[in-house]
Write a protein that binds this ligand. Structure first.
Ligand SMILES: [Fe+2]
Length: 365
């Protein structure tokens, strides 16, 4: 019998945004200055003002950081920390997609640490993670895919050195994930697709993972069952509330699954594509899935799982993922990065046997 454990302390609250003030009051930071981390688009659409109005009866002040860009950047996060340190922030609300949530998860540990340039020292200069404590935080996802609201890691990109780092550990977990599917309704088609693909990739990567447990496997299977039907629906009918809710659930379940297992080869392949060619994360980590499914099926002994994977594969093959990737870079250019894709830490999580030739085969049309 193999040993395994499961632990994820994030409180899930499937509710409406109007519950935010009540949830904030349950945390150990009821009064003082709160930081709202979001995107310029959310502010433009009035969501920042909506949050302020909803919480107007609380004894708090809001500071707003709404210039988070896709792929949060190391120097930028250090600069934001330095700027906000004098404000003595007591709590963080993140409202947005994966990049916003990741940025907020990082700020929730760098702000109470109290030193400038802690990301530079910890990550770029390799001194290791120094953070000891975190601010109370609530994550409110407005996309369905990254699972960042429940994962104990946050991605930080170093664009000057084309490197990707992770801030990891239970400290970066939000205290609460507020899940309101109506916040995903206005998501444009391309982002709906790319983030939904990320959720599917997380579920697959968790299932073909050497670290899988009975719990991660149950979550990942349910995520695929939900997403294989709901993703095509939200692409054709963006206002389908039940399909949007199903994608949000799939994203959370897949996020809980990779919280235990971490990702694997499809994500290892994706990172250089995002770093060098700006291929959106969800697309970069999913265009190889149909071929990896073919490979995994050789080592998968369970017919029900094979059938589930095949049905996901058929759905993915309808989405022209290779040609979408090639809008960012030609196959020739992508193959030049093959050496960076065989990342031993991630590739080593894959249950099947891998070689650099096999990885190249996954990437080729
Ligand atoms: Fe991902």
């Amino acid at each position: 019998m193999s040993e395994w454990r499961y632990h994820n302390p994030v409180r899930l609250e499937a509710t409406v945004l109007e519950s935010l003030p009540k949830l904030m009051q349950t945390l150990d930071a009821a009064t003082g200055k709160w930081l709202l981390v979001t995107s310029a688009g959310m502010t433009l659409r009035g969501v920042t003002e909506r949050v302020k109005a909803l919480t107007s009866t609380l004894d708090i002040d809001w500071l707003v950081h709404d210039t988070v860009t896709p792929n949060p950047e190391l120097d930028d996060l250090d600069a934001v920390t330095a700027r906000l340190l004098p404000d003595k922030i007591v709590g963080v609300v993140a409202l947005g997609g994966g990049s916003v949530l990741d940025a907020a998860k990082v700020l929730a540990v760098t702000l109470p640490h109290g030193e400038v340039n802690s990301l530079k020292a910890s990550l770029r200069e390799g001194k290791g993670q120094q953070w000891q404590t975190k601010l109370p935080s609530i994550a409110v996802p407005t996309t369905s895919g990254t699972g960042a609201e429940v994962t104990p890691f946050a991605t930080v990109w170093d664009q000057t050195e084309h490197k990707k780092y992770s801030v990891t550990g239970t400290l970066v977990l939000p205290d609460i994930a507020l899940l309101d599917p109506t916040l995903t309704h206005s998501l444009p088609e391309t982002e709906t697709l790319n983030t939904g693909l990320d959720a599917i990739s997380h579920a697959c990567e968790s299932l073909w993972n050497v670290n899988k447990t009975p719990v991660s496997e149950a979550y990942a299977r349910q995520a695929l069952i939900l997403a294989k039907t709901a993703l095509p629906k939200v692409l054709t009918t963006p206002s389908d509330i039940e399909a949007r809710a199903a994608m949000q659930q799939a994203s959370v379940l897949a996020g809980l699954a990779i919280s235990q297992t971490r990702t694997a080869i499809a994500h290892a392949i994706s990172y250089p594509l995002t770093s060098h060619f700006d291929v959106p994360h969800g697309l970069a980590c999913s265009f190889t899935l149909p071929k990896i499914i073919d490979d995994f099926i050789f080592v998968c002994k369970e017919q029900a799982l094979i059938d589930l994977m095949r049905s996901v594969q058929r759905m993915l093959e309808e989405l022209s993922l290779y040609s979408r990737v090639h809008e960012y870079a030609s196959e020739e250019k992508i193959l030049q990065l093959a050496g960076e894709m065989f990342h031993p830490e991630r590739a080593g999580n894959y249950l099947g046997k891998l070689s650099s030739d096999k990885v190249t085969g996954f990437v080729k049309l």
